[in-house]
Design a protein around this ligand. Structure first.
Ligand SMILES: Cc1cc2nc3c(=O)[nH]c(=O)nc-3n(C[C@H](O)[C@H](O)[C@H](O)COP(=O)(O)O)c2cc1C
Length: 175
């Protein structure tokens, strides 16, 4: 698929078919994500790939409200993690990596959506990050930004359209 078509078609897919994501697609998704830019080229990211159904269901309870609920039906999740001391801008580095994951997933014909973990809390007020770290045995000093839920798409959404462009938000030369 043409790159601009990928950008148009990428939507948050939260409903998935009951079909596993093939291992070679996951491999390709992860490999191309390592081509993402990062501050000083440090690539501080780590990815935890989860396929176990019970763990996916547990992760779907990682935050208050319904924001992670779609993980219940996902066939995989990629938890996006960095060692905090490896990059002073780990949030930006992991945001870029998360965006790459979403776009590459689209190019591979997979559905995906971003689940925000950093700065979020669970129903009982526990920080979502601590819950995910405990569940997945992520060591001290590592931070969790997001979870990318993945699967074969079980819903269709309209592609983005030109009318979403907001020229008034673009300031030229000066504000
Ligand atoms: C930083 C960030 C955090 C997000 N957090 C969540 C989330 O926790 N749960 C969720 O269902 N979607 C989440 N999203 C997806 C947005 O809701 C979605 O991208 C937005 O509504 C636009 O829709 P589209 O992705 O279909 O274009 C997040 C997206 C970003 C960039």
């Amino acid at each position: 698929m043409d790159f601009f078509e990928v950008l148009r078609r990428r939507r948050s897919i939260r409903v998935f078919e009951a079909k596993e994501v093939e291992e070679y697609l996951l491999e390709r998704l992860l490999k191309y994500t390592f081509f993402a830019p990062s501050s000083r080229g440090r690539r501080p990211w780590h990815f935890v790939v989860v396929r176990n159904r019970k763990t996916l269901v547990a992760l779907s309870r990682a935050k208050r409200g319904g924001g992670a609920r779609g993980l219940e039906g996902a066939s995989a999740a990629i938890v996006v993690v960095a060692r905090e001391r490896e990059s002073g801008v780990w949030i930006e580095d992991l945001s870029v990596a998360s965006t790459y994951l979403l776009l590459i997933a689209e190019a591979l014909g997979l559905g995906a959506f971003w689940i925000q973990i950093r700065g979020r809390v669970r129903e009982d007020g526990e920080p979502s990050e601590e819950y995910v770290r405990r569940l997945l045995k992520i060591p001290e000093g590592f931070r969790v930004l997001s979870i990318i839920a993945l699967g074969h798409p079980g819903e269709e959404k309209d592609p983005h359209t030109d009318d979403e462009y907001m020229p008034k938000r673009v300031h030229r030369e000066v504000w």
